[in-house]
Design a protein around this ligand. Structure first.
Ligand code: ZN
Ligand code: ZN
Length: 173
């Protein structure tokens, strides 16, 4: 999903549930956002809505992203009206009115599913998604000027349950 999609979702919410009265904020992905699904940053010139990138990995990503934007827009809407813009009773009323269902907290600590290893240095990398073609960054940097080399291509060494049994000094990627 691109930032255009985020703006499209914003516009749909705005027309349907906010009488189209909200100005278009800056809407962007934030890959460092880990403690909440989204964030509203008020600004007199142009407020910002951020959506956590990790939502894309969830099975019902589209729904969660839509819901998160709706949630942040209620903060924005209250702020635009110069009202307290936290999770106030007014916030909850609006949440029910427009059908936002969540409290903006998607558990992000899901177990790792895959474990890859570098054939050269044996560095382990744990992931939730399958990696198609990637090489060990450490070795590529050390031996190949940072370029990909198949000699350092990560090999799948454990899947699912077995991943929990991989010795624990490994880097999480
Ligand atoms: Zn909130
Ligand atoms: Zn390596």
């Amino acid at each position: 999903m691109s930032e255009h999609d985020l703006i499209r979702i914003f516009t749909e919410w705005n027309l349907r549930s906010f009488s189209g009265e909200l100005p278009v904020p800056e809407i962007r992905w934030n890959s460092r956002l880990k403690t909440s699904a989204g964030r509203f940053i008020p600004d007199r010139t142009r407020s910002i809505i951020e959506v956590a990138t990790y939502l894309c990995e969830e099975p019902n990503a589209e729904h969660l992203i839509r819901d998160t934007i709706g949630h942040e827009m209620i903060h924005f809407w209250l702020w635009e009206r110069r009202m307290p813009y936290g999770h106030t009773p007014e916030f909850h009323r609006k949440m029910e009115e427009i059908g936002v269902s969540r409290y903006n907290s998607v558990p992000r600590h899901r177990p790792f599913k895959y474990c890859y290893a570098c054939p050269s240095c044996d560095q382990k990398i744990l992931t939730r998604k399958r990696i198609r073609k990637a090489a060990c960054a450490k070795c590529c940097n050390a031996h190949n000027d940072g370029e990909f080399h198949s000699r350092f291509q990560l090999k799948l060494v454990a899947v699912g349950e077995q991943v929990g049994q991989v010795p624990s000094r490994e880097r999480v990627g």
